[in-house]
Design a protein around this ligand. Structure first.
Ligand SMILES: Cc1cc2nc3c(=O)[nH]c(=O)nc-3n(C[C@H](O)[C@H](O)[C@H](O)COP(=O)(O)O)c2cc1C
Length: 192
């Protein structure tokens, strides 16, 4: 029998804290996905040169050669096209996703200039953490709703979303149930 091809997962870390709470949740997703046989690559959006979209619409023109901004998104576009699944990890900043994640998503507007139907059939998992009491008070729900709208619009399937409360870096480790939930999500992402 032909061997099933390993799913390619790209993890997009959206916090400046490399060992922060959203990164820990994302690493649990990675553990699950790798356990299911997926190949995982992690990129840290913070520290990459990703300029804001300048709304020039060069990417939307017929026979476009892609995004007019020549920065680190150019290498990221290639990785995104090769991937089967995305993991987006973000802290809640001011009642929504971090600016690093928003910049990245705005620049994904140009992805269709590089390949036909670049989003279709891809799968995505979301990991978010926040300092306030719950997903509503923290504003986490605003980001989750935005992700739902974005991924419905582009035709990517959200496999699951994990989120929880933690303020100081690493505090999320105390939430064992959530870590398990994240690992289970990774397994589904990597295998389903
Ligand atoms: C600039 C900034 C804005 C924040 N805004 C919020 C917020 O609106 N709601 C909230 O619950 N927590 C807020 N927080 C707390 C973080 O969401 C929380 O510490 C989170 O666990 C950080 O995740 P990380 O460790 O992955 O960076 C904010 C933190 C920073 C630095």
């Amino acid at each position: 029998m032909a061997e099933k091809k390993a799913r390619k997962v790209i993890v997009l870390m959206g916090s400046p804290r490399k060992k922060g709470n959203s990164a820990i949740l994302a690493q649990q997703i990675v553990r699950g996905a790798e356990g299911a046989g997926a190949k995982v690559e992690t990129v840290y959006l913070h520290g990459m040169k990703i300029a804001p979209c300048k709304s020039c619409y060069a990417c939307q023109k017929r026979n476009s050669k892609g995004c007019a901004i020549k920065d680190d998104m150019q290498t990221l576009y290639k990785k995104l096209l090769k991937s089967d699944c995305w993991v987006i990890a973000s802290p809640v900043y001011w009642f929504t996703m971090s600016a690093q994640v928003k910049l990245f998503l705005d620049r994904c507007f140009a992805l269709p200039a590089y390949a036909k139907d670049p989003f279709a059939g891809k799968r995505v998992a979301i990991a978010m953490t926040y300092g306030d009491a719950d997903p509503f008070a923290s504003g986490c729900v605003n980001a989750l709703r935005t992700f739902q709208d974005i991924f419905r619009f582009v035709g990517m399937k959200i496999v699951g979303m994990v989120y929880g409360r933690a303020l100081k870096a690493g505090e999320i480790e105390n939430d064992r149930a959530l870590l398990q939930q994240a690992e289970d999500l990774g397994r589904r992402l990597g295998s389903g």
